[in-house]
Ligand binder design. Structure first.
Ligand SMILES: NC(=O)c1ccc[n+]([C@@H]2O[C@H](COP(=O)([O-])OP(=O)(O)OC[C@H]3O[C@@H](n4cnc5c(N)ncnc54)[C@H](O)[C@@H]3O)[C@@H](O)[C@H]2O)c1
Length: 429
């Protein structure tokens, strides 16, 4: 397969062209022939005009690429090596929603031919590829797994907004269903990953490796969040504690905060779901999720308490929340936990306004039922810097003073203004 791809006698297709799929598709398209497939025609049209709908890549990233974008199943028939990078979200009950994955497997199954390869990149629980995806491929194609086609799993590790850790510079984990297919898949990824490819022992090992990377982060952040709640009661600044403890060589550097986005706050639920199915209730992972999912409400309550302590009427208070996206310097608002802060404060009947230089107003209103304001309006009793966008990091104490009423409070979720604030009332996690 590898030789055929390199000689352009075979074609690679990427199914699902989002944050993960599009960069992979373009990177491969510099070396081999690629079809980019997505069910969203609007996104396909944008990519045909060299526009990345996820706002991560620029028009120049599309240049020099041998790629055709399509939403038409007929066009997919020309492919031989399929990479699936569709979303793996959770539902309202925090259970895995693998419908996009089953949908993409159905699509690929319809066009699968003898000798083809299918590699999944979506983050899943261990066993998902073999137990949930391959049966769909077999059923739709009428072909037999390992006799007629091969399957692999290679998780994605990119980090939205990160220009240093990119597809080419992060070691990639890959796996296959036989030693031969594993090698073909690894060699194919080596075409685009300069940092190298780690050959995992099996598909399940590769699936598990990805899911624990984010689970480990989630649990570690939860510990620091819990410490921050404890230290708040002791009137100790958590960032000062972390700075001191961080001077030890083996102290791990994690910080308190909201855990949002579609990876760290989501992936652990895939693992706990699978564990539960196997009769094990994951206590540490679930506790971590509980702590992290509660942080927005905690911050909201602390802000209200601080306003009340100033002798102000809570119903007449105005609060400005700066930052709505799930992390700094990106436009992605999906699964942002900033809304938890807003809802908690609003439950006390305070008026809350949200600004964000990156988030799309319409998308935000659609997703969260809350309007973003273009710019601050008047003075506020508290300003909460929820996301450390570069625009906010550059702000001075005078800038915040201009936004506040008398006895205003600055709530700094990321602890970035700690050394800059001399007069204002200041609180951070
Ligand atoms: N975003 C990240 O930084 C990141 C990092 C590592 C891993 N992941 C994982 O990668 C996977 C993809 O995430 P993403 O952030 O790229 O998602 P995304 O929402 O940005 O993009 C998904 C794309 O898939 C398309 N799609 C949905 N269902 C489809 C189907 N049945 N057939 C074809 N196209 C379909 C959508 O239209 C969209 O364009 C997820 O499993 C995620 O957990 C994401």
């Amino acid at each position: 397969m590898y030789d055929k791809l390199v000689k352009k006698e075979a074609t690679l297709a990427v199914i699902g062209l989002g944050y993960v799929g599009l960069p992979i598709a373009l990177e491969f398209a510099r070396k081999i022939k690629v079809i980019g497939f997505d069910i969203n025609q609007k996104r396909v049209d944008m990519m045909r005009s060299n526009v990345d709908p996820s706002n991560e890549l620029t028009a120049s990233d599309f240049e020099g690429c041998d790629i055709s974008f399509t939403a038409d199943l007929e066009d997919l028939k020309a492919a031989n090596f399929y990479i699936v990078a569709v979303p793996t979200p959770i539902d309202a009950s925090n259970e895995p929603d693998i419908r996009p994955l089953v949908g993409a497997s159905t699509t690929v199954g319809k066009v699968l031919k003898k000798g083809d390869y299918v590699v999944y990149e979506s983050t899943v629980y261990p066993g998902c590829t073999e137990e949930d995806c391959i049966p769909v491929l077999e059923q739709m194609s009428g072909l037999k797994w390992k006799e007629d086609f091969n399957v692999g799993y290679s998780p994605e590790r990119i980090n939205p907004g990160d220009k240093v850790h990119t597809l080419a510079t992060i070691v990639k984990v890959s796996s296959g269903d036989t030693p031969e297919s594993a090698e073909e898949i690894a060699k194919t990824y080596e075409l685009v990953v300069d940092a190298g490819v780690h050959r995992a022992a099996s598909i399940k090992v590769a699936e598990a490796a990805k899911i624990i990377e984010n689970t480990q982060r989630d649990v570690n952040i939860a510990l620091i969040n819990e410490l921050s709640i404890i230290f708040n009661r002791m009137d100790i600044n958590t960032y000062e504690v972390l700075e001191a403890a961080g001077t030890k060589w083996n102290f791990l550097k994690f910080f308190p905060g909201l855990v949002g986005g579609h990876c760290i706050g989501v992936d652990p639920y895939y693992l706990t779901h699978k564990a539960q199915k196997l009769g094990y209730h994951a206590k540490i992972i679930n506790s971590g999720r509980y702590v992290n999912d509660s942080m927005g409400f905690y911050v909201g309550k602390q802000t209200v308490k601080k306003i009340l302590a100033k002798g102000k009427s809570i119903i007449d208070s105005r609060i400005l929340v700066m930052g709505a996206t799930f992390k700094e310097d990106v436009s992605d608002i999906r699964n942002s936990r900033v809304i938890d802060v807003v809802k908690e404060i609003e439950s006390f009947s305070c008026k809350v306004e949200i600004v964000d230089p990156h988030a799309d107003k319409e998308e935000y209103a659609h997703e969260y039922g809350h309007e973003l304001v273009d710019a601050p309006t008047g003075k506020y009793d508290a300003v909460i810097v929820a996301v450390n966008h570069a625009e906010y990091v550059a702000m001075s104490e005078a800038d915040f003073k201009n936004l506040m009423t008398d006895k205003g409070i600055l709530v700094d979720l990321k602890g970035i203004f700690r050394d800059k604030i001399k007069d204002l009332d200041y609180w951070s996690l």
